[in-house]
Design a protein around this ligand. Structure first.
Ligand SMILES: CC(C)(COP(=O)(O)OP(=O)(O)OC[C@H]1O[C@@H](n2cnc3c(N)ncnc32)[C@H](O)[C@@H]1OP(=O)(O)O)[C@@H](O)C(=O)NCCC(=O)NCCS
Length: 211
């Protein structure tokens, strides 16, 4: 018996949940992972995992009704860990690049509901869509929510329980609701642009003239 428990065994074809269209080598997918998709849709290949992707218990993958959600897809690169209880909506498109870590209970939401004007009941409105992209090497903390249309930049960190409403700059650390940049990863702070450096120098020169 293996010493480490709680990580699913490498996937065999019988273990791949129906609806996941393509799986690379070395993937581990819990048998509690579920998929909400339309198996009768003629165009498959919308939910695709690269190599060494780990989907832990009770992860939910959603493309929904693909006659309505025409641009739906979930594309994951390689060496990705999606921790327990995550909700990944690809209704408006979801791209997760290589080496991304997603903490327990995170929600990546690429769709919402229209709510302006009539009818009163939002139930009767259509969906809104916006592709969510998580770039290479980013880490999304436990319980974070990423809203539609957001890109989490390369190597960025999203703090636990953050609500991310806007794009996250590469290598930044964001936190809170709404999420704001709280710091930069050490060694990755972007250098100010030539324009800003020039502006700083001009301001310094003006201050010098006044003294
Ligand atoms: C974002 C995070 C990585 C930052 O950690 P850190 O570099 O040690 O940062 P600090 O603890 O010094 O926090 C800096 C400031 O941001 C605030 N902050 C940190 N994380 C926050 C969060 N998730 N939400 C709101 N504010 C947060 C801190 O309170 C602190 O504020 P202050 O300067 O006013 O005191 C960490 O707080 C976090 O959320 N980790 C996620 C853990 C997780 O999800 N684990 C699951 C593993 S998959």
């Amino acid at each position: 018996m293996a010493d480490i428990i709680g990580i699913p065994d490498p996937v065999v074809p019988e273990n791949i949940p129906p609806g996941i269209d393509k799986v690379g080598t070395g993937c581990r997918i819990s048998d509690t992972v579920t998929v909400y998709t339309d198996l009768s849709h003629k165009e498959r290949g919308r939910i695709v995992l690269g190599d060494d992707v780990i989907l832990l218990d009770h992860v939910r993958l959603v493309t929904g009704d693909m006659r309505t959600n025409k641009g739906a897809f979930i594309h994951m690169g390689s060496r990705i860990i999606v921790n327990v209880g995550c909700y990944l909506s690809g209704e408006g498109g979801l791209q997760i690049e290589d080496e991304v870590l997603i903490g327990p209970g995170a929600k990546l939401l690429s769709a919402g509901h229209e709510y302006d004007h009539e009818p009163v009941s939002i139930y009767q409105h259509g969906l809104t869509y916006g592709t969510v992209t998580v770039e290479k090497g980013a880490w999304i903390g436990a319980g974070a929510t990423i809203l539609e249309g957001v890109t989490v930049g390369k190597g960025a960190v999203v703090g636990a329980a953050s609500v991310v409403t806007k794009d996250v700059p590469a290598f930044s650390v964001v936190a809170g609701n709404p999420a704001r940049v709280i710091k930069w990863r050490e060694g990755f702070r972007p250098k100010p642009s030539v324009f800003l450096r020039l502006l700083k120098r001009i301001k310094g020169a003006i201050r010098g003239l006044g003294s």
